[in-house]
Design a protein around this ligand. Sequence first.
Ligand SMILES: Nc1ncnc2c1ncn2[C@@H]1O[C@H](COP(=O)(O)OP(=O)(O)OP(=O)(O)O)[C@@H](O)[C@H]1O
Ligand SMILES: [Mg+2]
Length: 175
Amino acid sequence: MPIVLTRGIPGSGKTTMSTALVADHSNRFMRINRDDIRRMCFGGDVYADPGRARDEGERMVSLIEVASARYALEQGFIPVIDATSLNPGYLVRWTGMAGLLQTPLVVWDFPIGIEEAIRRDAARPHPVGADVIRAIAGAHLDEGGALPAVPAGALRASGIEEVMALVSDTVGEPV
Ligand SMILES: Nc1ncnc2c1ncn2[C@@H]1O[C@H](COP(=O)(O)OP(=O)(O)OP(=O)(O)O)[C@@H](O)[C@H]1O
Ligand SMILES: [Mg+2]
């Protein structure tokens, strides 16, 4: 059973597509999202309590994220980690985790133009804002706006058909 990890700048459609995937195959995939875990743990105004350090909170979110993925696999679900995944350390951690769990990692890429992502972001209820999107894109995309390579050992797919083909390959039957 693979782990699927989305990757793309804010506004690229990761949550929209992974939510639709789970809705279409509810007994097969399980979506796991750090924003949702954060809200679940700390409420709408995350880290409002000044006694709780952000780092400590983020560590707890990471533990729940990984534990949820492991439990999903144990129960026969394919975890879909709905995350930006542009921080190289984050991608390396998941590649390592998949190795430890002896399961393939499918990186589900969401290529999108920066201006289009900014337009989509501006139209949603809680936009992250153009400055954040430009900063993330500037830090992680190449000059042509392409997503970087994935770590050795990780598989890479773009678009739902490619994802489903890779997932079916790794599961050994059509999904
Ligand atoms: N294929 C699409 N065409 C047009 N609009 C889309 C498409 N996919 C998603 N959207 C819209 O774009 C907005 C951003 O999508 P979404 O929230 O899924 O992005 P995201 O990649 O999860 O962003 P973030 O990294 O901030 O969580 C949403 O309002 C969504 O409805
Ligand atoms: Mg999202």
